[in-house]
Design a protein around this ligand. Structure first.
Ligand code: IMP
Ligand code: MG
Length: 190
């Protein structure tokens, strides 16, 4: 019987920008800051599917105060690496947020189109406050003025994958954040 050589997603990585221990220590630091800032408030973490899922899962366990979770799913990219600026809601919140303190938990702030839309959508529902916690920030790419209250790492203008971030829906399961080998672009199919 012939054995098929399986390729791991990690084989497609050219360079690791943020490794797993660095992510974990930053998440601990952000969690402690959020817990101190929101102690005694009615806090809801609104996470944006699917990219923010690992970040949310780790972050919430580093926030030792009462909180609840809700989810939004939006799309702006399709399978390309360039933002269209057109944001659509695929899944809306399950619970009202009026009068509650909301922190939006997002994987990456890039052009700002997605988060400007999401923050506007949430503010129109009259929460007590809305803040933004993004693991990664690419300030060089900003088109729309969005300023996060909590930022993990500022990174250069490079397309990154891993720890929730995808290229054509792949690589979300990598435990670190890295850059793909150039030959991967275009070679990924369904
Ligand atoms: P924005 O609307 O341009 O700020 O883009 C936000 C969304 O684009 C993020 O939530 C990601 O889904 C995606 N995105 C932006 N930059 C990257 C990247 O470097 N890698 C993977 N996805 C990205
Ligand atoms: Mg995303």
């Amino acid at each position: 019987m012939t054995r098929v050589q399986l390729r791991s997603p990690a084989d497609d990585i050219a360079e690791i920008l943020v490794d797993a221990p660095a992510i974990a220590s930053k998440v601990r630091e952000l969690g402690a800051r959020i817990a101190a800032d929101y102690e005694g408030r009615d806090l809801v973490l609104v996470s944006i599917l699917k990219g923010a899922l690992p970040f949310l899962a780790d972050l919430m366990r580093e926030i030792p105060i009462h909180l609840s979770l809700d989810f939004l799913e939006v799309t702006s990219y399709g399978a390309s690496t360039r933002s269209s600026g057109v944001v659509r809601i695929l899944k809306d919140l399950a619970q009202p947020i009026a009068g509650r303190h909301v922190i939006v938990v997002e994987d990456i702030l890039d052009t700002g189109h997605t988060l400007a839309f999401v923050l506007g959508h949430l503010r129109s529902q009259r929460p007590a406050s809305v803040a933004l916690c993004t693991l990664l920030n690419k300030p060089a790419r900003r088109v729309v003025g969005v300023v996060p209250e909590y930022t993990g790492y500022e990174i250069p203008d490079r397309f990154v994958v891993g720890y929730g971030l995808d290229y054509a829906e792949r690589y979300r399961n990598l435990p670190f954040i890295g850059v793909l080998k150039p030959e991967v672009y275009g070679a990924v199919g369904p």
